[in-house]
Structure formats: C-alpha cells, structure tokens
Design a protein around this ligand. Sequence first.
Ligand code: S3P
Length: 429
Amino acid sequence: MLKKVSGLKKPLKGEITIPSDKSISHRAVMFSSIAEGECIVRNFSSGADCHSTLNLFKQLGVNIDFIDDKTLKISSVGKLKKSDTPLDNGNSGTTMRLVSGILAGQNFDSVLIGDESLSKRPMKRVIEPLTLMGGEIKSVDGHAPLTIHGRSLRGITYTSKLASAQVKSCILLAGLNAEGETTFTEPYTSRDHTERLFEYLDADIKINGTSVTVKPSKLSAKDIEVVGDISSAAFFIVAGLIVKGSDFIIKNVGINPNRSGIIDVVRRMGGGVNIQNERVVAGEPCADIRVQYNDSLNGCVIEGSDIPRLIDELPVIAVLASQAEGEIIVRNAEDLRNKESDRIKCLVEELTKIGINIRETTDGFIVSGKRELNGNATLESYHDHRLAMSFYIAGLVCKNEIAINGFEWTKISFPEFEELMFKLTTLNL
Ligand code: S3P
C-alpha cells in the first residue's frame, strides 16, 4: 500500500491514549500460558506480532478467549501440548526467541517457522546458550525454521556479549524449567519486562546489577494490565517536537527506565517533554507525557548504555535529529542491522531521498541538521513497521508530499497509528 503524506500546516493538539505495549503483551500471554490457572489480560496489543504469540499458544493447547477486543481470558493447566503442525511466528522475533526458551525444555518436539523477514534474522544468539543448557535445536544455518527437540535442561551461567532482552528472556524462561539455577549477564541492562513480570508472578528471581538469576519455579496465574507502548508513543513525541506549535498529551505511556531512553535523549537535545501522573501498573511504571514543539533542539551523542534503552526508537530519532542544530551521532548500535530490516542501511538510503543529511557508519549513523526537507520522493519501508511510521513523521515536516511504500506493515505493532495522528490534527480547531 502506497501512503501519501503531506507537510502539516497546523500544530498537533489535544490528547491521545497510547495503545498497549508490544513487549509486555507478548510476555503476558506467554507467562500466563505456562502458569497453572485462569487470569485476565487487559489492554492487550492489537498488533499482528502479539496475535502471532496468541495463536501459537492456542496451538499449544492453551485456552485463550477474547472477552472484548483488548481483554483476554487465559486458562491453562500449566502444561503445553505438542502441536502436530509448525508453529507460525509471523514477523515476530520476540515470539520466536522467547518461545524457543519455553519449548526447549518440554517433553515434545516443535517446529517454529516465520515469514520471509523473520527467516533471515539471526537465531544463533538463542540456539547457542540453549544448547549449553542441554537443548537440541536444528536450524538452517542459524535461521528459522527451527526444529526444537524438547529435552531436560540444566541451568547455566551465561555472559552475553549483546544487551538483548529477547536473548535474556529466552534463557530465563528456559531456566524456569531447568535443573539448578540459571544466571544471565549482559553488558548493559536491556528492557526488564520479563524480570518484572516474573517477580509479579512469584518466580524465584534475583537481580544483581546486569545479572539475573532464576531458580526452577512455577509462575502464578494473576490478572495483568498492560501499559501503553513507549515505542509507539515515540512517533508522537517526535511529531510534537518538530511540527510547529504542537502541544498535546499522550496518556498511559510505559516509562520503564530501561525503555525510556528517548525521553533522556529529547531532554539532552533541549526538547520539552513533561512527565505527569506517574503510577505503577502490574510492576511497570507508567505516566502521561506532555509534548511541546521546540525550535531550538541541539545535537548529542547516543551510545553505550543508551542503546538498549531506545533501540527501537533510533529510526524516528534520526528524523528528530534532522530538525536539530548540530550533529546527532549514534554509536554501538550495530544490532540495528538485525531488526525487521537492516535499519542502518535502509534508514540512510531512504532519509537521504527527502533531503536529510545522514551518513551510515558500521555501528550507527550521523545526522547533521538542521535542514528544510524537500520531500518529493517515494520511500521504501522494506516491510519494516518502524521505518514506515518514522517516514510518515518525516513527511509531516517536508515541503512537498512524500509517498511510503508498504505502509500496511504498521499493523505489525501499531494498527491505530494513523487514527491517533488524525485525532491530534482534526480535534485541533
Ligand atoms: C524486544 C527486545 C528488543 C527490541 C524488540 C522487542 C523484547 O530486541 O528490539 O523490538 O520484547 O524483548 P533485542 O532483544 O533483540 O534487542
């Protein structure tokens, strides 16, 4: 689908409620499916990725029913059943990597498949530690399809070179069902939704700096309310900062410190975001965010421990950088090349077309602002939801219309994206 976006002639105003967090929605379904008992999951994501997780656990014998479009009733006997057909993970890397940790220790075999993009993404990062735990997983040179031969697992002490919540969560999930304890250490703390939900669901877990240890435990079935997704809110935060005169509120945004790197970066750049009404929901901090236009943003360096805290927001941060004075330098983000697309290469190629001064480096990119963006180009989304939405935000400040090819991919995480954008423009009298 080709989406045309024209420069916005008026500010964004009003109030929106940001939909459910994708990372937490996945975990809510997975963890409730392996717990014994019944629970309600509220504010479940409507994105296609989370529906891949939901359908996969139904296929593994868990009863999951929609009470309404965002509320699930999950009842599980605490044991999964073998599926005679392959389990389809769609486009979702989180599903495939976390589910591998759950299925490696079952007493049955499973086959995990994914779409074309997921089948190109690296799975060795989970296969290697799972193999050290005694797991047996066959892949096609480190890629899906994965054939998981369920085995009894043993706990390990594992140090990962990468700060990755998907790898960490995979190993912690395997550790729940292994003999002895499992410790996972990463260079910086990646998003800790698994740890928070494990604690909430009574797992035996200990956190020590960047190390997490789990002992074999049964999770309790408890109701879970999912907060709004800061990665979705990021598109609106950037839009508000760069569309002249904007001033609006984004409600119910998860502000877990391991996810909210974008807020720190915006502040470092001198931008106006105001956190209001802070609260905690199912172990996750959450708040309303007021965003205001700022015409004097400055450059900054984003590196090291910043990266896992804003990895998914880097494409839209590149758009923000094009409207700031000076340079934004992003380093240590090489894993961006392993996302739904090579987000370094694709971002640089496409943003250059509309007049953004962006250079590719091996582990990131450098944007030199401040530029008037010409637009007048068709941008390829490479089947990548976050690129498609980032380009839309860039289109709002272009002089001429742009077109985005493959805009339907936004359904992977944020089907409500355009409707909420319209709300901030049309309520604006
Ligand atoms: C996720 C972790 C991150 C992130 C992805 C979701 C998660 O991936 O990019 O969108 O829910 O655990 P990595 O763990 O590969 O960095």
